[in-house]
Write a protein that binds this ligand. Structure first.
Ligand SMILES: O=C(O)CCC(=O)C(=O)O
Ligand SMILES: [Fe+2]
Length: 231
């Protein structure tokens, strides 16, 4: 398994606060707030600390989470479902152009849900996010020539506000297609994510995109581990 940033670059050290917020705010008639601390407490010189999370913005890869046979089975299951137009329009621009199908938790797909559950539970030992399961079905995605998914986050409104940790599994072989690179804001394109059966994990708030496929077909399985939204 590998990750960016490398685990050795970041620690789990506790960080003292420069300034502490009180638990409440007073708002005057004009709607302007001011802070007040309880007697004996103050904003400065507090001993309160917060702990760093070394994996908070880390992308991690794991090779061989699905065998080639399992990848083929997921592609067959996805293609057997009604394929939906995954198009999302952003003004005049097509934000996302691909075909998707939802692999629901029917008995024949339980093995895949168990696999995804085990992968998330294991990788979350480093992220330490408050995740409880999946609220979305598993997403099978297929990109043909010219298809892509522009920069986006997986977190958004409504149900997507529960997403914490994203995973995409490569179902295609690297030479099945050209283009189609999975990229993250501020990081170099990563070749690891092209290996068939490999999983890429990342916090769902990280900006990412899939570059246009220029030849062939790229298939992926995408899942999101969910829990209580930020608070
Ligand atoms: O196809 C992929 O690898 C990623 C797709 C994606 O970012 C998404 O469905 O949110
Ligand atoms: Fe995404």
């Amino acid at each position: 398994m590998s990750s960016y940033p490398p685990a050795s670059l970041a620690g789990h050290d506790a960080v003292p606060l420069q300034y502490r917020f009180p638990s409440d705010i007073r708002v005057n008639e004009a709607g302007v707030g001011s802070l007040a601390w309880r007697t004996g407490q103050g904003p400065f010189g507090q001993t309160t600390v917060a702990s760093q999370n070394a994996s908070m913005a880390a992308v991690q890869w794991q090779a061989g989470v699905l065998t080639p046979e399992e990848c083929a089975a997921v592609v067959a299951a996805g293609r057997a479902l009604p394929m939906m137009d995954g198009r999302v329009e952003l003004g005049a621009d097509s934000y996302r152009v691909s075909h998707i199908a939802w692999i629901e938790p029917q008995p024949e797909n339980h093995w895949l849900y168990h696999k995804v559950g085990a992968l998330f539970t294991q990788i979350n030992r480093s992220y330490g996010f408050d995740i409880v399961g999946l609220v979305d079905a598993l997403q099978f995605t297929e990109y043909g020539p010219g298809q892509h998914f522009h920069w986006h986050m997986d977190i958004g409104h409504e149900q997507t506000s529960l997403r914490k940790l994203s995973m995409t599994i490569q179902l295609s072989q690297p030479d099945d297609y050209d283009g189609g690179a999975l990229e993250f804001v501020g990081l170099h394109p990563m070749e690891q994510s092209r290996t068939q059966g490999s999983a890429t994990f990342f916090p769902s708030f990280m900006g990412h995109r899939v570059q246009p496929v220029t030849r062939g077909t790229r298939c992926s399985l995408v899942a999101w581990a969910a829990g209580q939204p930020y608070r």
